[in-house]
Design a protein around this ligand. Sequence first.
Ligand code: ADP
Ligand code: MG
Length: 228
Amino acid sequence: MSCLIKIDNLSKHYLLSKNTVKAVDNISLKINKKEYVALMGTSGSGKSTLMNIIGCLDTPSKGSYYLNNKNVGELSDNMLAEIRNLEVGFVFQTFNLLPRMNALDNVALPLIYAGYAKDDRIKLAKKALKEVGLSDRVYHKPNELSGGQRQRVAIARALVNNPSIILADEPTGNLDSQNSSEIMKIFKKIHQKGNTIILVTHETEIAKNANRIIKLKDGQILTDEKKQ
Ligand code: ADP
Ligand code: MG
């Protein structure tokens, strides 16, 4: 299996007046292509901090991070922005869709930054919306969609660029159990198609969908177990 993420002795510390918060504390970790990983832990255990570093939204205080064999710490801001856009698809708990844009335009947005022509953007965005079962909601705005449908639009937006990793931070946190299970079915399908997924959750039932569960505590890895 080829290695997608390689993290060595990575830390993220915050200095608050006299106290240092070790949000991520000396973590080493490898994740291969096509893995489906759940990152678990109680609130404040460092899940989002680690996720944001993996997604190149944040930088570590110490240690190294290689994504696709590239040393992320050595990249310029422009190159980081490019990696974020091309290699990482984000899904957030609060969907983070642009309210004035319809589903199609929200999904097509990353393709503008990636330099696609308009016809291609529309074609690819429609294809991504079809994959999440929303072909009949293409022209709806976020407030004309249910919570589960909004999250499906966000997943389509994360997928549209065909990124190396999908990072989802508590993607079912704002959804009821039926919508949560629909969303988890979509992640399963995306994984079966060959995508790498890292999913943050504090719910055991949600984490069971993954093939590997990493538990964090106080910024450190407590356990790291693969499904048999
Ligand atoms: P989780 O996502 O597991 O709930 P976080 O990664 O958000 O945890 O936070 C881990 C720890 O780092 C927490 O104790 C939090 O208070 C602290 N923390 C996160 N971001 C900051 C920040 N910008 N400044 C100071 N402390 C922070
Ligand atoms: Mg969090």
